[in-house]
Design a protein. Structure first.
Lengths: 323, 477
């Protein structure tokens, strides 16, 4: 397939996943704030920190109030990663490859675009309601579901999945990092009902609460981290995403084991590191630092993919082909 | 005509649906009979859902304003334009005749120039056209065909007679609307449609693909659609056609020319391209051969074409027959090559490059429509009777400065079709654009894009100027 088309499908996967995760973040934080004891104020700053865009936020806003934070994450067109921007870019990418995606996929994405525009017009960030973000999430899940049932499993599908998996791995790592930034009133609160509430919320935001409980029973921080980083069965855990990304790369190059290009080598190494890690390895140098390093390695994989498949072919490639 | 306004009145224009006495014409009678079961409210609801369908299908074109792209739909009116089998036969034969002659003309002016030497068409007029491409002299496109895809604009005057208003031989757009309009209208009037005996149009993409594949000698040639990109107003159509044909949609940056062979860049390396359906104008397709500033084209493409390593549709150089001054000579071109009288006539045309015509145009500009010879989309146009005095003056000056660049025609009385609005039905002016494919034979898809001027009294049907469209039903009988 055309490199440009592959690239658009890759980014379509990334942007839709990004939009869905931001919608999840907001939804869960709304819920969390409902459960807070009366004397506690809602905390929106951790979400901004975890998004990695706090510098941009602080340049444009004077405080971390709910309205500001929600607007920034969902509707601010100055924030390149906001939901609205992700949806716009997903749609632009889809538009460039309309001939390569199903009619239904395009239509639901288009519908989502007009929906988000409508919410923007209604200024819904002023309202204390999670409903809108739930709906965004559902529309994105509908998009995934339709894609799952209508897309042929050819290269294009795997580029799309690759983008989605890498993005999801990154977002799950950032979500875990939110916990690092959440301020508890004092050290004594660690392990308190409030702390417990936070870990619950985290699991719920990835739709993982029920499955977690079946596996571990009680909510314990160390188990939650293990579940979201190293579990190989939960579709939003980092390891699961990496396995899925690696599989996609192998489908694309039509190879089975090992690696046939730098992107496969980078993802294979990364996947193996997690696959053979124990939870104490994760905490050894601190969770925040561990997640930080992972995020850098996700980016390395993405650069390798870019180099391997999307950049203009050099003359040498042509000569190889002719020989 | 219960749901039609009592005062539905097309004055002295030819109305496609009603006679001046207010009776349904036979072609429309069965349709009107069935339409009676719909209330105005129901029709407005249907209209609303067709708007929504177009929006969600993304059948939009971009209008750029203050750096912000606005997406608009081409308004699709519910009431179809209906053409009976007898009328269609005239159009079908007339257009085949016309395209045959035009193709011979293009081939001639890039070879022996007999028609110029015989003085039938002034040599100067052709050779001075911006669209006459010297690098194409002596070229032989595959099978001798230059204009593979044409969309000719046809109008009807007061008497109901058809005329060709212009021939679009560069990159005629709109065929995607023809196809998608049909899908939408079929859904709006399912049972009504099935009883009308409408000829299907859905095999256009496969006809197009066959025609394109035929341009290559290879058994299984690689065909692509070349688009200027998502910012082009017809981008929807480019991706639509690529999708319907199951071929790659490429932009200039996806292709590269090496040793006069065209390749596209894929995830598995470079792949040779054999046939290009280009939706980029001649002069933009190759910065090396033509406009060096073009960012849309592929450097070296023209050389590859000349070497016979890639086929293009339409052939480079075809645009010269799209020149509105050349248009004026088409009846004589038909006579010259085919020794036949034109089946569909031209609208009388004054060439400002000819002294007598120029004098007439300057004196009568208030009654005339003035057009630039190589503009499209309703731009660079003056409608004399509707324009203000200052505009008349402005165009007199423009014409005198560059007479070759202008033609004039009498203000046409375009026919009308009932068109739905909040106030019920009103007559609105329409034109008709059938699409002609020239492959092993010439084929005309039995349907057309009917464009409608939505503003009362307006004669400008272009989408960029407030026009909409209608589904066009060509009947079996």
């Amino acid at each position: 397939m055309l490199s440009r088309v592959a690239e658009s499908l890759f980014w379509l996967g990334r942007y839709t996943e990004r939009a869905e995760n931001y919608a999840r973040f907001i939804d869960v934080n709304f819920n969390l704030s409902l459960d807070l004891p009366p004397e506690m104020t809602e905390q929106w700053s951790p979400l901004i920190m975890a998004s990695g865009d706090q510098e941009l936020f602080e340049k444009n806003y004077s405080n971390y109030g709910r309205e500001n934070a929600v607007f920034f994450l969902a509707f601010d067109e100055k924030n390149p990663n906001s939901i609205i921007n992700s949806v716009i870019r997903a749609r632009e990418n889809a538009r460039q490859v309309r001939e390569s995606i199903s009619k239904e996929t395009w239509e639901i994405l288009n519908d989502l675009y007009y929906f988000v525009r409508e919410l923007e017009k209604k200024k819904v960030w002023k309202k204390e309601s999670a409903e809108y973000y739930k709906q965004i999430k559902y529309k994105l899940q509908l998009l995934q579901g339709i894609g799952y049932d209508t897309s042929p499993r050819t290269q294009g599908w795997y580029f799309n999945k690759l983008g989605q998996s890498l993005e999801r791995a990154d977002k799950t790592s950032r979500l875990l990092d939110v916990k690092y930034h959440v301020l508890l009133p004092s050290v004594e609160e660690i392990g308190s009902p409030l702390d417990f509430l936070h870990w619950n919320a985290l699991l719920k935001s990835v739709s993982g609460f029920n499955a977690y409980c079946r596996l571990y029973g009680k909510v314990k921080p160390i188990n939650v981290v293990e579940y979201l980083v190293l579990n190989r069965y939960f579709p939003r855990s980092i390891l699961f995403c990496l396995i899925s990304a690696e599989d996609s790369l192998h489908e694309i190059s039509d190879s089975k084991r090992g690696f046939s290009n730098p992107a496969e080598k980078a993802i294979g190494n990364l996947r193996a590191d997690l696959e053979y890690a124990e939870i104490k390895d994760v905490f050894a140098s601190g969770l925040h630092e561990y997640l930080d390093k992972l995020q850098i390695r996700f980016n390395d994989v993405a650069s390798c993919v870019d180099e391997q498949y999307f950049r203009i072919m050099s003359n040498s490639t042509l000569q190889e082909q002719q020989q | 005509m219960a749901i039609f306004n009592q005062n539905y009145n097309s004055s002295d224009h030819f109305d496609e649906m009603f006679t001046p006495e207010g009776e349904s014409r036979p072609t429309y009678a069965p349709f009107e009979e069935k339409l009676k079961s719909y209330t105005k409210k129901k029709l407005l609801q249907l209209q609303h859902s067709t708007d929504k369908a177009q929006m969600s299908m993304g059948m939009t074109f971009n209008v750029y304003h203050e750096n912000k792209g606005i997406e608009k739909i081409l308004h699709l009116d519910l009431i179809p334009r209906i053409i009976n089998g007898k009328e269609w036969k005239i159009l079908d034969e007339g257009l085949k005749q016309r395209i045959t002659a035009i193709n011979m003309f293009i081939d001639d002016i890039y070879h022996d120039q007999k028609i110029l030497k015989d003085g039938i068409v002034p040599a100067d007029l052709v050779l001075s056209s911006k669209d006459y491409l010297k690098p194409c002299i002596g070229l032989n496109p595959p099978k001798g065909i230059w204009c593979h895809i044409t969309g000719s604009d046809i109008v009807r005057d007061k008497s109901g007679k058809f005329y060709v208003l212009e021939d679009n031989l560069r990159c005629p757009s709109g065929v995607s609307y023809l196809l998608e309009n049909r899908e939408i209208i079929k859904q709006a009037f399912p049972s009504l449609f099935s009883q009308m005996g409408v000829r299907p149009v859905s095999d256009y993409p496969s006809m197009l693909l066959n025609m394109l594949q035929n341009l290559s000698d290879k058994k299984n040639p690689t065909v692509v659609v070349l688009t200027p990109g998502i910012y082009n107003s017809a981008y929807f159509e480019h991706s639509y056609l690529a999708q319907q044909m199951g071929v790659e949609l490429v932009s200039g940056q996806d292709m590269i020319v090496k040793d006069k062979i065209v390749y596209m860049q894929t995830t598995k390396g470079l792949k040779q391209v054999d046939v290009i359906y280009r939706r980029i104008d001649d002069t933009f397709m190759d910065p090396k051969a033509f406009n060096p500033k073009s960012m849309l084209g592929v450097p070296g493409l023209f050389e590859a074409y000349k070497a016979g390593n890639v086929a293009m549709s339409n052939a480079p150089g075809t645009g010269v027959a799209d020149d509105k001054a050349v248009y004026a000579y088409v009846p004589r071109i038909i006579k010259y090559y085919l020794n036949e009288d034109p089946i569909i006539e031209n609208v009388p045309t004054y060439l400002c490059s000819e002294e007598d015509d120029l004098k007439y145009v300057l004196e009568n500009i208030e009654q005339l429509v003035v057009k630039e010879t190589n503009a499209a989309g309703g731009y660079g146009m003056l409608i004399g009777p509707k324009a203000k005095k200052e505009e008349h003056e402005k165009f007199r000056k423009l014409i005198q400065e560059d007479p070759r660049n202008y033609i004039a025609q009498p203000t046409l009385s375009l026919s009308t079709v009932p068109t739905l609005s909040e106030n019920g039905f009103s007559p609105r002016h329409v034109d008709l654009r059938p699409y002609i494919l020239f492959g092993n034979t010439i084929e005309i898809i039995p349907g057309a894009l009917t464009r409608v001027a939505l503003v009362e009294g307006s004669l400008v049907v272009n989408s960029s100027q407030g026009g909409g469209s209608k589904d066009t039903w060509v009947l079996f009988d």
